[in-house]
Design a protein around this ligand. Structure first.
Ligand code: NCD
Length: 359
């Protein structure tokens, strides 16, 4: 069975990933062969949260496949501002578009859309949860520049708590073998438990530390991220975390000659200007790889057979609740609660947060 949506990598195994990489490489090597691959198809970009590169990257990807796009990038200008539910918006957009790319400030929103959508849904970022198409850009970069996704030493630095690109990168890289992750952050912005659990389950190794210098001479790849200001409860909390990790020339002198530096962008103050001119800085190229990876994804999802989902079944556990106040089920209580795991260790299927059981 193929993939119907791309939400969080749970439905992608190594074989599927390798097919996507192969197609991405074919597109990079001869984009003209794909100029009509999605002719007549329409992509809807539903961006409930700001974006520059991700939205443009999706739209350009569709145009370069011969398709076209519709969409909004400010929910205030759509019926959402009149109180329309996500379910209704999706069902309306299904009438007009063949595929949806969606970004939302609430965690689990893209998963919620899949429960009702009669077309494929791509998660273009759901709150601080996941951002799988950024990961396609990241993995394509590593594959093209390092030639492998195994046996790598990868430093990941910055906001590992709210950074959705970090969560989906770690989840995807855990599909591959013998990688070592160096998780560099302050204690309060460290990696969530559900992601650490994925690394442990996969047999890859990790170390958590609060210094960018300490292991920099070991890395094959260094993934820098910005502190996610918009996810903090107050300006004060953000300012306490800002500017702690900065990649500068002095640190680059200690790093390997064949290091690659990645960043999902936008960058704020975590990389100094002079590092942009270092040939090891690949983040602008990474954004270009992202467009090709999105072309491969759109083409793949549009070639799969698609059946209308059955009406979703709500959990019968009336004493269980999601603990995440930024979960889409809090914003839209009509969505059917769904939990995975077992008694004592249940999690919300929308956002992966721990579920609370009232006894
Ligand atoms: C990232 C995002 O939106 O999470 N940006 C992007 O999609 N390229 C990273 C970020 O905003 O820090």
């Amino acid at each position: 069975m193929g993939i119907r949506h791309l939400i969080d990598f749970s439905n992608i195994d190594v074989a599927r990933w390798n097919e996507l990489v192969k197609l991405t490489n074919e597109i990079i090597d001869s984009p003209q062969d794909f100029a009509s691959a999605c002719k007549g198809k329409v992509l809807a970009t539903l961006f409930y949260e700001p974006s520059t590169r991700t939205k443009f990257s999706f739209q350009t990807a569709m145009l370069r496949l011969g398709g076209s796009y519709i969409g909004f990038d400010n929910a205030e200008n759509s019926s959402v501002s009149k109180g329309e539910t996500l379910r209704d918006t999706i069902k309306i957009v299904n009438n007009y578009a063949d595929i949806i790319a969606m970004r939302h400030p609430y965690e689990g929103a893209a998963y919620a859309a899949t429960l009702y959508s009669s077309t494929p849904v791509i998660n273009a970022g759901d709150g601080g949860h996941m951002h799988p198409t950024q990961t396609l850009a990241d993995l394509t970069t590593m594959m093209r520049e390092k030639g492998t996704l195994e046996g790598l030493k990868i430093g990941i630095c910055g906001d590992l708590k709210y950074g959705r690109t970090v969560h989906s990168l770690l989840k995807a890289m855990s599909l591959f073998k013998n990688n070592k992750f160096y998780l560099i952050s302050t204690e309060s912005l460290s990696t969530p438990k559900y992601i650490i659990d994925e690394i442990v389950k996969s047999g890859n190794s990790y170390v958590e530390c609060d210094s960018l210098d300490k292991y920099i001479d070991e890395f094959d790849c260094l993934y820098m991220t910005r502190i996610q200001q918009e996810r903090f409860a107050s300006e004060e909390e953000y300012l306490a975390q800002k500017g702690i990790f900065v990649l500068d020339e002095a640190k680059m002198k200690k790093a390997r000659k064949d290091l690659i530096i990645m960043h999902p962008l936008p960058k704020i103050d975590e990389i100094t200007d002079e590092v942009d001119f270092d040939p090891r800085a690949l983040y602008f190229k990474q954004a270009k790889y992202g467009m090709y990876a999105r072309m491969a994804l759109i083409k793949t999802l549009l070639s799969e057979d698609f059946e209308l989902p059955e009406r979703p079944v709500p959990s019968n556990l009336n004493n269980v609740f999601c603990s995440n106040h930024k979960c889409i089920t809090r914003l839209e209580p009509n969505l059917p609660a769904q939990f995975g795991g077992e008694e004592g260790a249940r999690f919300c299927k929308y956002c992966d947060f721990e579920a609370i059981e009232w006894r």
